[in-house]
Ligand binder design. Structure first.
Ligand code: SIN
Ligand code: CO
Length: 393
């Protein structure tokens, strides 16, 4: 029987006010009667698939301590594992197990673009990934068996790490807090909190991880967007060229000119900033960002392929990221790093929200928006780039 997820036992706004990005929070029985929709055996099966990202970490009884290897794995690898002290971690399980996608939807009190993925880890008794801290918020939901978590109250910056390992494990760890989590218990940890989770019994843990782009990432996206949208490039100029200098010298005045150039580049219209953010946050491996505005097909004389759009039901590729922004300059839709400008009208917004939420478009709902040319052109582009795929009838 399918699990109906219902996160409970805490008030969302109180949680945001007192804990989110601030301090750890333990919620006992956030999902009572939790039954994992994936077994340890199925998880191992997933880790053998080509497109799945997985890691195996053996703390003891391998050639080296804390031996890390990356999937896809051959089935034989699992037969040769020690009985204790290892972990198998599989990222993005929400994409492969629809029920886990539904579970992720329980965290929609945090904006969709902030949510990264749901990772499932299996740990044999005594297994852990070692004491460490992450730069991201995480909800750790115990799904099967018990795990003992130790964690700090406060951020731990630049901890000493065990040298020569492929992963960051702290040399000295002192957790002020300790809790044994049973199925259904949920532990929230903000970024920088050091933590160590050791399997009491063989166990499954779901980690709901979040994204937090860096200033450098948004600056890179912004620079690309200026390149796309702003043809009048700002170029170095020095009508006040200084004469008292050696020819090999870079003068302070020159540095100041470069700095002023970059600072004046920042002053761009609102929509350029919006597109820089939208493209960055929707970036995904599906399709690729385009350098020119999307869509130049003649919609009054649609080719046969375009007609096919109306005859079918569609779903979004599980790997595609879809977001939108409503502002003074209209409605903008972002998918996998591509940007689309749409009219800010109710029927268009309805389709866009439906697409982002249910990730499904029926032939019927498509037929109702035949007259929305910009929207149809965009949907056609989504199909062409693999963001929209045929759904079963
Ligand atoms: C795990 O599930 O084994 C590790 C999760 C984490 O430490 O963030
Ligand atoms: Co962690």
């Amino acid at each position: 029987m399918n699990m109906i997820w219902q996160l409970q036992g805490f008030d969302r706004s109180e949680f945001i006010q007192h804990y989110w990005q601030k301090k750890p929070c333990l919620i006992r029985q956030a999902i009572p009667d939790l039954r994992s929709p994936i077994s340890p055996q199925e998880l191992a099966g997933l880790a053998c698939e080509d497109e799945v990202h997985s890691r195996l970490l053996i703390e003891k009884d391998a050639e080296t301590p804390w031996k890390l290897s990356y999937g896809p794995f051959q089935e034989e690898v699992f037969a040769a594992l020690p009985k204790t002290h290892y972990s198998l971690l599989v990222s993005e399980c929400d994409k492969w197990i629809p029920e886990l996608g539904d579970l992720l939807a329980q965290f929609q009190f945090i904006p969709g673009w902030r949510i990264d993925d749901l990772m499932v880890s299996y740990a044999s008794p005594g297994g852990s990934v070692g004491p460490h801290s992450d730069e991201y918020d995480v909800f750790l939901l115990q799904a099967e068996g018990r795990r003992k978590w130790q964690y700090t109250n406060d951020r731990v910056d630049n901890p000493a790490l065990i040298p020569d390992l492929d992963l960051a494990i702290m040399q000295n760890f002192n957790g002020d807090q300790e809790a044994i989590l049973s199925p259904g218990d949920l532990l929230y940890l903000p970024p920088g909190i050091a933590h160590h989770g050791v399997a009491v019994d063989a166990c499954l843990t779901f980690s709901i991880g979040f994204r937090a782009p860096t200033a450098i990432e948004i600056l890179e996206s912004f620079a690309l967007e200026v390149g796309r949208q702003n043809s009048a490039s700002i170029r170095y100029a020095d009508p006040d060229l200084e004469t008292n200098r050696h020819f090999a010298e870079i003068t302070q005045k020159e540095i100041d000119r470069f700095r002023a150039m970059v600072l004046s580049l920042m002053d761009q219209p609102e929509c350029l900033w919006t597109d820089s953010v939208g493209r960055l946050l929707s970036d995904s491996p599906v399709g690729s960002p385009v350098d020119s505005p999307v869509g130049s097909e003649d919609l009054d004389n649609p080719p046969a392929r375009q007609q096919g759009l109306f005859k079918n039901n569609w779903m979004t590729n599980p790997e595609s990221r879809m977001l939108y922004h409503r502002g003074d300059s209209g409605l903008r839709f972002y998918c996998n790093g591509r940007a689309y400008k749409l009219p800010n009208s109710d029927p268009v917004i309805e389709v866009i929200q439906n697409l982002c939420e249910s990730r499904y478009l029926s032939a019927e709902s498509l037929d109702a928006c035949r007259e929305q040319k910009a929207l149809i052109e965009m949907l056609f582009d989504l199909e062409k780039t693999g963001a929209l795929i045929l759904a079963e009838k």
